[in-house]
Design a protein around this ligand. Sequence first.
Ligand code: G3P
Ligand code: MG
Length: 237
Amino acid sequence: MELCAHRGLSGQAPENSLSAFILAAEAGLPWVELDVQLSADGVPMVIHDESVDRCSDGHGRVRDLSLAQIQALDGGSWFDPTYAGEAIPTLADVLALCLRYPLKVNVELKAYEVADLPALCEAVAQVIEHLALPADSLLFSSFDTQALALMQRRLPQVRRGQLWQRIPADPLPTLAALAAWSVHCDYRHLTAHQAQRIKQAGYRLHCYTPNDPAWLVQATAWGVDMLISDHPARFAG
Ligand code: G3P
Ligand code: MG
C-alpha cells in the first residue's frame, strides 16, 4: 500500500507549505497531495480553503487576491511560531521542489466557482509543461468531474482520479468516461461492497484522510492502494 502525505506532511508543518512538502520528501514518502486554485491574477496557488483566513494572517477569498497580496501574507504562524513568515506557495514552487527530490504529486484541482475551472486547468497545465514534469510523477484529482474531463483533453498522459466523499451508487460510467486511474474517497464512508466493486472494475482505490493506524487492517483487507494521511508515518513499517 502506498502512502501519500495529505497537503504535505501537514501533521508536522503548515498544510500545503513548502516546509510540509520538504518534510514529506525527507521522511522518504513517495507521494504528496496538494490543493490548487487560482489567484485573482491567474496564478495557481497551493492552498486548500476558499479564503486565506484560516491558514494565514490575511483575509479574503484566494480568487480575489493577487499573487503579490497572497505572498505578502504570513502562512506559517497560525500553525506554530517556528513557521512565522512561511509563504503560501505557488504551484510552480511546489512542483519544482517535487521534481528535484523527486516526489510524486497528487494535484487536487479546487474551483470554488465552476466558472473558474477552465482557467485553472489551463494554468495548471502550463506550469506542468513549463517544468517538463514527467507524466508518471503526477496524478490529478478533483471532486469536480468537469475539471478532470478538461485535464483529460489538455494533458491526457497524466492519470486522473475521481474524488468522492461517498462513492455514488453507480460510479462506473463516470470512471469509464474519464478513463480514470483511481477513485479517491473518504475512508469513513467506504464499504466493503464499494471497495470490491471499484477494485473488480480495475481502478485503484485511494482513501483520505485516515490518521489512526488501526484502520490499516481494514484497508488491507479491502485492497486499498493508497492512504492519503496527515500522519503517514503512523502507517509505515
Ligand atoms: O485529495 C484528498 C483530500 O485532500 C480531499 O479533501 O478537503 O482535504 O482537499 P480535502
Ligand atoms: Mg485535498
